[in-house]
Design a protein. Structure first.
Lengths: 285, 322, 429
């Protein structure tokens, strides 16, 4: 029993990092642009589809690591310029509906281009290490480490670089930032592209673990939302912490009840946290 | 409202009602079925319009209420052997209780959290419904057979599609009428005031939390009632009903038809359900893309929806003349 | 602005009412209902409802192609009793609600006389009461047992074996070679549950030792939480109630976890649409039950020429791949869609069916009918049992050895017998 709990916890910890990557994209977009991006899951899916194409046509999954996020950033830019830009400053409904409409378009587009058949990619690191009475795939450990590295790099970027400064400034106080000559529009566009790229990267990492389907984003988006609410929209560290906690709680619960109910427990935890702190664990009031 | 205005209003209602009463006899069976469905879906979307259009809370999980209502009906008929009225009553009660509970939980949250909460709740319900197979029948659902309906001293047979149409027309019409009246009443107007400016409403002395809860409960019950109509039409219900796609449709129909107008949901549902059916065979592949594009265009360029935009245009004209 | 609201309702109300009313009347009047009696040379209208998009897309596409090819063939040869077939195709999108809506369209608007349904158990079960109330005969190639059981009715016919046959065959062939301690994992919907339930009956009858079962929601990405609960020291067999993609994920993750060394996987279905390479290292540890065979080389020699005609008609090669794009087809199932068209033909010819008024005659004609291996029934000879409208035919058990599917055993129809749960012949039409 202890073995089971431990292995579930570790598996949860690993998934937590991947989930964090996706959730951070969501929370950046929200923190900066006040947009609840319902289409975030579709961006994740497109990243995974990109991984499939790279793996199949360019020979190795590794190509997708730079290419998918790049593609998604470009896609994000197009989306931003054609739709999101016009919705800034309007009420929540406008952006929710826009991203909802985008979800339709992106998902159907993916279905038409990639097809309805789920496909698998060969595991880039097909080794398993001995682990608590069985084996654990090395690739998953790599994913966790890689996600962590990317997140750290992101935080460094935000703290230390000029663009990062601009992003934080615009978030804190739009008016002042504008007056200081910060190219606010460009910052917004950049953040949206960044968020999209992160979602895509999450998709690339997840692709070899299970399979690539045109609607695989629908599942993960729920988890991402749970995490982001619990952490409080806008906080990066909070999102990481919340992802890890939630993923581990769900993982461990799955040892006792079936994994579906484990997800329900995860949500109950989120609800409980919000009652004590309605702005989320690390959110700003 | 003057007597003359009131009279006009009643005449117009009467015309509409007459058309709807005659419709099933003029339409072929398939179109009759679609019209019946439209009434049900319109009521469902009305539930959304109440909470969003009139109260300003964006509930993206309307399928939860629809599902609860539909299962309330089916389980009551299946296990307790009640008749159709009992089923509808069960649908109303179940969705009322459910929406009050959920409302208490989440109406206090700010708009962004609220939306996400509704999405998550709806997904969790879906997972639960699919999972608790013994109770809900899972994706295959539960089948019921309602043969007759007690109506006063008579027993009306439910085999005829026309009978079903009238029952649904009756339920939808009554519910719609009541909702219209509600928003004309002081309570209804108070709720709308909260939407327009919550701070000011509070200063006037409204208990905004309570008002939001009332609206949420009303919205959920209306959607749940619509859910109760589903098994009347289809003799079954299944767990897939809880899936978020249905929630999205309520939003879609209301936004296209005209948010806040209460008539809008029916118009939106009418146009889109009919369009989907019409286009189904040859355009099925790009239909979702068209819908997505339509949503974006409408919300950016004509956010009041079809009816809302017409209403505004007419009001402009009326003002110019005066 | 608010204060200046005048009549409040008048003009707007008029526009609204007029719009809605006109819409309703226009919709109704522009398409009047015209009901004519089917003349002797009028086409026979057949509705084809398949999962052309969605999770079961592979079955849907090949099912639709098979149906169309069969219809074209029949029409080229003069139709049925001199009447051509008019085919109406709709996509269920692997979704029950959509399927029911399309079903109504096919029956009420397109006035279809027969419906050839998808390889989808959930849809078949939901459709059963509908087709009964709409007096239309429905063929299903979904394999959940309940379709021709308590959840079906006299309007439903099934021209393919079901999971009960599949599990009996697995029991007779595979269980000899593997241990007795088993753990079940299945997809949490009708088919997955049916499969696991049937399998447990079979295994328990052979002295199996049950170690646990779990069901995962459709679309589960990560099976590790489920696999973690299996103690490899205590389990010999993993019974997998999944098809295609999920089976693949499960197999791969099971092998990554190192479970494959200790146990064999018994799959409930052929991995439709997937090649041996797709399955990866777990491939040679899985036992499959096959309702049809993908490689012509494995098919009994006597049936091969007929099977070849079928494959040529829909563009498949001898390995079961599409000639046009080399992708693996759903050939172990799609033959059922082809054969269903011919069941309709046989039924009409034998009973002299002219319109839906003759539905009961059609049913009686099919009840108990035996057909031989032929171009019309290329999968092999079979008999349509009268009481439950369930076909009985040979069932295969396959495994991958040396990178190819081989047949490990064939269980003849007679040895797959089980008591019918129902007796549809008693149902009055």
């Amino acid at each position: 029993m202890f073995d089971l709990i431990l292995s579930q916890m570790i598996n949860g910890f690993v998934w937590g990092w991947i989930l964090a990557l996706i959730a951070i994209g969501l929370t950046l977009i929200f923190g900066q642009l006040e947009i609840v991006n319902v289409a975030h899951g579709a961006l994740y899916t497109i990243g995974a589809v990109g991984a499939y194409y790279c793996s199949t046509y360019l020979g190795h999954w590794g190509w997708a690591v730079p290419l998918s996020p790049l593609f998604l950033a470009l896609l994000g830019l197009i989306i931003y310029l054609t739709t999101i830009r016009f919705s800034l400053g309007k009420e929540v409904i406008v952006t929710v509906i826009i991203t909802y409409g985008l979800l339709f378009i992106l998902e159907q587009g993916t279905l038409l281009i990639y097809g309805g058949v789920p496909r698998m990619i060969p595991n880039p690191i097909p080794y398993s290490i001995p682990f608590i009475g069985g084996r654990y795939p090395v690739y998953r450990i790599f994913c966790a480490a890689f996600s962590a590295a990317v997140i750290v790099a992101l935080m460094v970027f935000l703290k230390k670089t000029r663009y990062g400064l601009w992003i934080r400034a615009t978030r804190q106080d739009y008016e002042t930032a504008l007056n200081m000559g910060i190219p606010v529009q460009r910052v917004y566009a950049f953040v949206f592209c960044l968020g999209s790229a992160l979602a895509g990267l999450g998709g690339v990492l997840a692709a070899p673990i299970s399979s690539v389907t045109f609607n695989m984003g629908n599942n993960i988006i729920i988890d991402a939302f749970i995490v982001v609410i619990m952490a409080g929209f806008g906080s990066i560290i909070g999102t990481v912490v919340a992802s890890l906690i939630i993923a581990m709680i769900i993982g461990v619960s799955a040892a006792f009840v079936n994994p579906v109910l484990a997800k329900v427990i995860g949500m109950a935890v989120m609800a409980a946290v919000l009652f004590v702190r309605p702005e989320g664990l690390f959110g700003e009031v | 409202m003057s007597l003359k205005e009131r009279g006009k209003r009643w005449i117009l209602f009467g015309i509409l009602l007459a058309l709807l009463i005659v419709a099933p006899h003029v339409l072929d069976p398939y179109r009759r079925y679609i019209l019946t469905e439209l009434l049900m879906w319109g009521l469902f979307a009305l539930g959304f319009d109440i909470i969003f259009g009139k109260t300003g809370l964006l509930n993206f999980g309307m399928s939860s209420f629809f599902g609860m209502g539909s299962y309330g009906f089916v389980l009551a008929v299946y296990h307790l052997h009640v008749n159709l009225w009992g089923g509808l009553l069960a649908a109303i009660l179940v969705s009322l209780v459910f929406s009050i509970l959920v409302g208490l939980l989440i109406t206090r949250f700010a708009s962004h959290y609220f939306v996400v909460f509704t999405i998550v709740i709806s997904m969790i319900l879906f997972l639960l419904a699919m999972n608790l197979r013994e109770f809900t029948g899972g994706d295959e659902g539960i089948i019921i057979r309602l043969r007759t309906l007690p109506l006063g001293p008579w027993d009306v047979s439910l085999r005829s599609a026309i009978t079903k149409y009238y029952i649904i027309l009756g339920v939808v019409g009554t519910a719609f009428f009541l909702v219209l009246k509600f928003f004309d009443s002081p309570l209804g107007r108070a709720i709308v005031a909260v939407k327009e400016n919550e701070e000011r409403a509070k200063m006037i002395g409204y208990d905004t939390a309570r008002l939001k809860l009332i609206s949420f409960a009303l919205s959920g019950t209306v959607a749940g009632l619509a859910g109760g109509l589903y098994p009347i039409l289809n003799n079954n219900t299944n767990a897939e009903i809880f899936f978020w796609i249905l929630s999205g449709k309520a939003v879609l129909w209301s936004v296209v038809g005209g948010v806040g107008t209460l008539w809008g949901p029916f118009i939106g549902a009418g146009i889109l359900v009919y369009a989907e059916d019409l286009l189904s065979s040859w355009l099925i592949n790009i239909y979702p893309i068209l819908v997505g594009g339509l949503l974006i265009i409408i919300i950016l360029l004509a956010p009041k929806g079809i009816l809302g935009t017409i209403q505004s245009a007419l009001m402009e004209r009326a003002l110019q003349k005066s | 602005m608010k204060g200046k609201k005048k009549g409040g309702w008048t003009r707007r109300d008029f526009v609204k009412t007029a719009a809605v009313g006109t819409g309703v009347m226009a919709a109704g009047i522009s398409f009047p209902a015209v009901i004519t009696r089917a003349g002797t040379k009028d086409p026979i209208r057949i509705g084809c409802l398949m999962d052309i998009t969605g999770a079961l897309y592979t079955f849907g596409i090949w099912g639709e192609r098979s149906t169309r090819a069969a219809v074209d063939r029949i029409n080229a040869q003069g139709g049925i009793n001199g009447r051509p077939i008019k085919l109406f195709v709709e996509d269920s999108a692997t979704n029950v609600q959509t399927a029911l809506r399309k079903l109504r369209k096919l029956i009420m608007e397109d006035r279809c006389d027969f419906i050839l349904g998808p390889c989808n158990s959930g849809i078949a079960i939901s459709a059963a009461p509908q087709v009964e109330s709409m007096d239309t005969i429905f063929f299903s190639w979904g394999t959940s047992a309940a379709i021709t059981g308590k959840k079906g009715n006299r309007y439903i016919f099934r021209g393919i074996n079901n999971v009960r046959h599949g599990t009996i065959a697995l029991g007779k062939v595979a269980l000899k070679h593997v241990g007795k301690r088993y753990y079940c994992l299945g997809a949490d919907y009708e088919w997955g549950r049916s499969l696991i339930a049937e399998f447990r009956k079979v295994i328990d009858a052979e002295g199996g030792e049950f170690k646990g079962e779990e069901f995962s929601p459709v679309g589960t990405e990560d099976f590790l939480p489920y696999l973690n609960k299996i103690n490899p020291k205590e389990v010999d067999i993993l019974v997998a109630g999944y098809f295609t993609a999920d089976l693949l994920k499960l197999a791969r993750q099971a092998s990554e976890k190192g479970l494959i060394k200790h146990m064999e996987i018994i799959g409930g279905a052929m991995p439709t649409g997937l090649t041996v390479e797709d399955l990866g290292p777990a491939a040679e540890h899985i036992w499959f039950t096959a309702y049809g065979l993908r490689r012509i080389a494995n098919i009994p020699e006597a049936y091969r020429p007929f099977n070849k005609v079928y494959r040529d008609a829909i563009g498949l090669d001898d390995e079961g791949r599409s000639i046009k794009d080399g992708k693996m087809a759903a050939v172990s199932y799609s033959w059922a869609a082809w054969e269903h068209v011919f069941w309709v033909k046989r039924g009409i010819e034998k009973s002299g069916w002219r319109s839906k008024d003759d539905n009961e005659k059609f049913m009686k004609a099919l009840e108990g009918m035996s057909v031989e291996a032929s171009v019309e029934f290329p999968q092999g000879p079979k008999t349509m049992r009268a009481q439950d409208h369930q076909v009985f035919t040979d069932q295969y058990v396959t495994k991958i050895e040396g990178g190819k599917f081989v047949v490990k055993g064939v269980v003849k129809a007679e040895d797959l017998m089980y008591e019918p749960e129902v007796d549809y012949t008693k149902q009055k039409i």
